[in-house]
Design a protein around this ligand. Structure first.
Ligand SMILES: N[C@@H](CCC(=O)NCCCC(=O)O)C(=O)O
Length: 262
């Protein structure tokens, strides 16, 4: 009987594991590391990945070990601002919360993940981190810039109202994102006071808001999937076909990574 040579047919059927870095929160005098459920669920349900939550409070020395266990990196939004010293500016919003541990974990994490060829999907603060890690900078108060709209949510509204579509974004024509979403323009929610000002090395724009604010980026010179969006596709993702497509595309890229490693 002929023996089938399975050596070249090794296909791994395990789900991709994706690292999510947690953020700091203080509650009743105790320091917590947290992650919002709205970010976790679409990664499992629409990307088909296994979320692995990494605390950012223990320094960055174990980053390579974390990355050796995962097939992708997912950088979420968070209320805290990135320390402007990391992009060479004085702090213009000293009243706003910062999270130096997350900054100090995520910046080297991004460099290491890029070096390892891991897919990266970044939302809101995560997209800003991706740009800062590559030497770009931010508008610290987008709302105070001439001719720019106020992209912040109204804190007095209900959460549903805060995350409702707020404006259109125009996708760069013929880009992979416009092809994926089969659209030139999509409506998005908007909950940020800061935004990308100068692009980092290798960063390219994939979408703009009506006022010119940068709404989506990628790194076309690297081989792996990279996407940063300033809006929140994680919010009620199951009800938004564009969000489902974005999470599925990230999941597909992580599945390719699983195969590449098997
Ligand atoms: N502080 C930055 C980043 C904004 C951001 O990530 N917001 C997320 C809000 C909370 C959440 O939905 O997780 C800025 O203001 O631009």
């Amino acid at each position: 009987m002929l023996k089938k040579n399975t050596q070249h047919e090794k296909v791994s059927h395990r789900k991709p594991v994706v690292l999510m870095s947690m953020g700091a929160q203080e509650r009743k005098g105790h320091d917590y590391q947290v992650m919002t459920v709205k970010y976790i669920k679409p990664l499992a349900e629409h990307a088909g990945c296994v979320p692995l939550l990494a605390p950012t409070c223990c320094g960055s020395e174990d980053i390579e070990q974390y990355l050796s266990m995962v097939d992708g990196v997912y950088l979420t939004g968070a209320g805290s601002n990135i320390d402007p010293a990391l992009y060479g500016q004085e702090n213009l919003t000293p009243d706003k919360q910062q999270d130096p541990n997350r900054d100090n974990f995520d910046i080297p994490l991004i460099h290491a993940a890029l070096k390892m060829g891991l897919p990266i999907f970044a939302i809101c603060r995560g997209m800003q981190e991706l740009n800062v890690a590559l030497g770009g900078d931010l508008h610290q108060k987008l709302y105070a810039e001439p001719n720019m709209l106020d992209h912040r949510e109204d804190g007095d509204e209900s959460v549903d109202e805060q995350y409702a579509d707020a404006h259109q974004v125009r996708l760069v024509s013929n880009s992979w994102l416009s092809k994926l979403l089969e659209a030139e323009e999509i409506p998005v929610n908007s909950l940020h006071g800061q935004s990308i000002k100068t692009l980092g090395a290798g960063v390219q724009v994939l979408a703009h808001a009506e006022d010119g604010a940068i709404e989506a980026i990628h790194l076309p010179e690297v081989e792996q999937f990279t996407l940063g969006v300033q809006w929140h596709p994680e919010w009620k993702a199951a009800q938004n076909p564009n969000s489902i497509k974005i999470f599925a595309a990230f999941g597909d890229a992580c599945r390719l990574q699983v195969q590449a490693r098997s």
